[in-house]
Design a protein around this ligand. Structure first.
Ligand code: ADP
Ligand code: ADP
Length: 245
């Protein structure tokens, strides 16, 4: 059984409304998209800007709601659950965004930011929360002297490590990574990608990896879906997509 199975996913955005609020124009962002992601693999969704990759990633986590299609996570049709019943599944799927700074609260220290999901979901006590955060921050290679800093004081690479640590706080199995290294200096990219690879092996993580960068996904993915104008136009292993016939 796949960890994630997406079938016939569809999403349109209303791009224009009349004076009275009626939708007069829509854009099909995701059109009949189906794929499965196996536990422990890196499944890349690749395509040019505007292809529908981010929308697909957000639909999987129900950050936005699909118009059609099903999302089966670990054998459960999570797309049809109420928001409340979806919560325990939502903890097991986390997202890492391109803009790490934007995904962290600038008024909260690194240490508290990584600990916070435990409070939000389980009301875990402060000592236990901070111990878990410290363990994760060390795991992502952040020095202790940075734990009490604020996001504005840190580099892009450090911020992305922190965003990754925060995504791991609730012990997820699936991480949707939306262009996680696209905003980083080229010299830092390899470091963060190597870290993600190590974490995947150590923690048994599954990545749904969104990227516009073909050579990057060729290097890191097990399987690839190519999106174009909202649809998957090609899908297969790295060898099938990139191999010379
Ligand atoms: P409306 O409610 O505006 O009349 P419909 O939902 O009946 O629109 O759909 C109009 C057309 O758009 C149909 O051909 C339908 O198959 C297609 N469509 C609707 N939603 C999606 C979607 N999310 N992805 C792809 N096509 C869609
Ligand atoms: P990608 O991640 O491949 O760049 P997106 O999923 O972000 O693609 O966008 C797919 C299409 O949907 C694009 O044409 C984009 O402009 C449009 N789009 C994305 N988000 C919205 C939104 N909130 N409202 C209207 N259109 C949107």
């Amino acid at each position: 059984m796949s960890l994630l199975e997406v079938r016939g996913l569809g999403k349109r955005y209303v791009t224009k409304r009349s004076f009275f609020g009626r939708a007069v124009d829509r854009l099909v962002a995701v059109d009949d998209v189906s794929f499965s992601v196996e536990a422990g693999e890196t499944f890349a969704v690749v395509g040019e800007s505007g292809a529908g990759k981010s929308t697909t990633g957000r639909l999987v986590l129900r950050l936005i709601e699909p118009d059609r299609g099903s999302i089966v996570f670990d054998g459960t049709d999570v797309g049809s659950l109420s928001r409340r019943d979806f919560r325990p599944y939502r903890r097991r799927m986390q997202m890492v965004f391109q803009d790490a700074y934007g995904s962290l609260d600038p008024r909260v220290t690194v240490h508290d930011s990584v600990a916070e999901p435990l409070y939000i979901h389980f009301r875990t006590g402060r000592d236990e929360r901070l111990a878990k955060a410290a363990e994760l921050l060390e795991r992502v290679g952040l020095g202790r002297h940075l734990f009490d800093r604020y996001p504005g004081e840190l580099s892009g690479g450090q911020l992305q490590r922190i965003a990754i640590a925060r995504a791991l706080t609730l012990n997820p199995s699936l991480i949707v990574c939306d262009e996680p290294v696209a905003a980083l200096d080229v010299s830092i990219r390899a470091q963060v990608l190597n870290l993600m690879k190590d974490l995947q092996e150590q923690l048994g993580l599954t990545y749904l990896f969104i990227s516009h960068d073909l050579s990057l996904v060729e290097a890191i993915a097990d399987r690839i879906a190519v999106m174009y104008q909202g649809r998957i136009v090609e899908q297969g292993t790295v060898e099938e997509i990139f191999g010379n016939p």
